[in-house]
Design a protein around this ligand. Structure first.
Ligand code: SAM
Length: 632
């Protein structure tokens, strides 16, 4: 079994006051920044990339950094962004770090710059847990920090971004060669926009040659302090190469903030999209005849992780979605009177020896950070999770979003617009996100997605004693946010038109949790709803292919023909989030961020492998690869 990747320890040695304030890495025998760290960052990285001036011109800007270290470069950049930025503009800061500092170490490193105290506090409060992989953090409405914890080379292979300016800030090339290899330079070239710049403190010949052979034009500039020179670089024509899978390449067009965006479906997927697209600078409109009409209308939603053995795209997706969801609802609570998220621990007892064995391996592989999961006598224990109250969450998320209270019956392309037909009439939009679970099959553009429905029933016992934590191992027992206990969920395949509750399902639910709590004698308020699922049980999140063109340009896949396939053709401005199954409240916040990144061109919050795992075209491509060419 491949285990999770272990991050390294930074191994710091602290200097004294004044000029020696910077921490030193014992591992690399080098300092994180010079004594006057702020001035150095301003000179080398900001001015080296002409940044304050470019910030003032941009509606959105993406910085890429190699070596997050203490986060000082980031704070200096954020500070400068605040002064220079245009109204409504967005900054995305993406940084890679294999030896993350703790928040305490960062506090100490930032102490010399009281002018950054506020920004440093916001950043430290939201700093992701020390867990390998990509963590996308919204710091404020206009600033996102994407921190990739992992080795620079493999991280760059997974990142999907279009970077405007690079900060190359590894330790000195002689001591930290892995940060400066030709392969690293090639990867940053591929992640650059045309005209992207790079700056670094070093003028080492190997680094300059690496940048040149990756396509950058390279110049010497005046160095900082005692250093005579530094390097600045610019790339006019970044290499177009994407990856081995052009059929999953995301659309390259960005949607301007003035564009009109519709979201079809006001369940948790649509509500998260509404909030996230608003944060990204759009003014979306929601369409649905009910809010939380489907499974999103249940009286409680448990936030707990799905954990997979091995470092697979699925394992990464569900862990990332889970960590992101806890952060998302915690933040939402702060602006909604704590009515949305109720922190509780979750206990997951092992059902048998096989599962016990799996749990032991998950714990040994550190599937989650130590303070997020531990192995107990009876199974796994997750101390930092909880319950969402769906009604409050949906109201908070869509509070400021216009809603058309009707179902969309038809969606079609007319000239450059999407036209949606509801009983009230036609509505025109530049872009549309389909987020209406299995009802996506009613719309021509998404009707070929292999979606199906299962019916689930939960039972709420408002008068029963509330358990003091959540227990979940298949069936679950949980405290309900508005009082009592909630248990669930049964699953039945359903061809029926409307979900229906049955006394039989209630009895089944009660029996399933009887060894944890007796609910005999309490009356139940059952609720049944559909969950939308896919054949591989992963959601569908991303841009919708132009199915006809997709079939034509990738026809060679039937015979395994190796050639330069073009980038994926998409239906312009059309996206989908569906198939969230019973994990909608866990995955919808991350799904919404993925779509926002598709629309804005901001760095993706997930790995390429993860975006491919949930890509709407994956079933089509699999079928093509499996089918036999009719020409043969
Ligand atoms: N920009 C940082 C700041 O503002 O404090 C300073 C960065 S420090 C000079 C270099 C950083 O590169 C260190 O934090 C180090 O842990 C990181 N690093 C070294 N080798 C790495 C590798 N192979 N992959 C990812 N990060 C690495």
């Amino acid at each position: 079994m491949s285990t999770k990747y272990d991050l390294g320890e930074p191994e710091l040695k602290w200097g004294g006051d004044g000029a020696d304030i910077a921490p030193r890495s014992l591992k690399f025998d080098d300092i994180y920044f010079s004594g006057d760290g702020r001035a150095e960052t301003e000179h080398v990285f900001l001015n080296g990339n002409a940044l304050p001036a470019r910030f003032a011109q941009a509606d959105s800007f993406s910085v890429g950094e190699l070596g997050f270290g203490s986060g000082l470069n980031f704070l200096v950049t954020w500070h400068s962004w605040r002064k220079a930025k245009r109204l409504g503009a967005r900054l995305a800061y993406l940084s890679i770090e294999n030896y993350p500092l703790s928040t305490e170490e960062m506090t100490r490193a930032h102490a010399a710059w009281p002018e950054f105290a506020e920004l440093s506090a916001i950043m430290r409060e939201k700093l992701p847990p020390r867990h390998p992989g990509l963590h996308a953090v919204s710091l404020t409405d206009d600033v996102t920090l994407n921190l990739y914890y992992g080795d620079v080379d493999s991280a760059l292979g997974q990142i999907e971004a279009k970077i405007d300016a690079w900060f190359l800030d590894g330790f000195s090339p002689a001591k930290n060669p892995a940060m400066w290899t030709p392969a690293v330079m090639e990867k940053i070239a591929k992640l650059s926009v045309p005209g992207a710049t790079a700056a670094t403190f070093t003028v080492a010949g190997d680094v300059r040659r690496g940048l040149k052979s990756a396509g950058f034009s390279v110049q010497k500039a005046q160095g900082f302090g005692r250093k005579r020179h530094m390097t600045v670089a610019r790339i006019k024509n970044p290499p177009a190469t994407y990856s081995d899978h052009p059929w999953f390449r995301p659309p390259q067009e960005e949607l301007p903030h003035s564009a009109t965006v519709a979201i079809i479906g006001a369940g948790v997927a649509g509500a998260c999209l509404g909030a996230e697209l608003t944060r990204a600078g759009y003014r979306p409109t929601l369409f649905d005849d009910a809010i939380g009409g489907g499974a999103s209308g249940n009286p409680a939603a448990i936030i707990m992780p799905r954990l997979d053995l091995g470092d697979t795209p699925a394992a990464r997706f569900y862990v990332s979605a889970y960590l992101n969801a806890v952060r998302f609802y915690t933040d939402l609570n702060a602006t909604s009177d704590n009515s949305v998220f109720f922190p509780y621990a979750v206990r997951q007892p092992a059902r048998d020896d096989n599962e016990r064995n799996k749990f032991e391996r998950l714990a040994a592989a550190k599937a989650l950070p130590a303070d997020w999961m531990r192995l107990d006598d009876d199974g796994l224990f997750f101390p930092q999770t909880g319950i969402v109250y769906p009604k409050a969450a949906l109201s908070a998320l869509i509070a400021n979003i216009p809603i058309v209270g009707e179902k969309v019956e038809r969606l079609r392309r007319r000239d450059k617009d999407w036209v949606m037909t509801t009983p009230m009439g036609d509505h025109q939009f530049d872009a549309v996100v389909i987020a209406n679970a299995a009802d996506a099959l009613r719309l021509f553009a998404s009707r070929t997605l292999p979606l199906s429905r299962t019916m689930g029933q939960i039972d709420h016992f408002p008068d029963a004693p509330a358990p003091d934590h959540i227990i979940a191992s298949g069936p679950y027992l949980a405290p309900a946010p508005n009082g009592g206990a909630i248990i669930g969920a049964t699953y039945h395949n359903s061809a029926g038109e409307a979900p229906e509750t049955t006394p039989k399902a209630t009895a089944e639910n009660i029996a399933n949790v009887a060894h944890w709590q007796s609910l005999k004698g309490f009356s139940s308020q059952p609720r049944a709803s559909f969950r939308c699922v896919t054949p591989d049980r992963h959601p569908v999140i991303g841009p919708i292919p132009d199915w006809a063109a997709y079939g034509i340009v990738y026809d060679g896949l039937r015979t395994g023909a190796r050639k330069d396939y073009p980038a994926a053709p998409y239906q312009p401005g059309l996206f989908v989030v569906t198939g969230l199954g019973s994990r909608g409240f866990v995955t919808a916040p991350l799904a919404a961020r993925m779509i926002a990144a598709n629309l804005t061109g901001a760095p993706s919050p997930v790995d390429r492998d993860v975006a491919e795992l949930v890509h709407p075209g994956r079933f089509f491509i699999r079928d093509l690869k499996r089918s036999v060419s009719i020409a043969d």
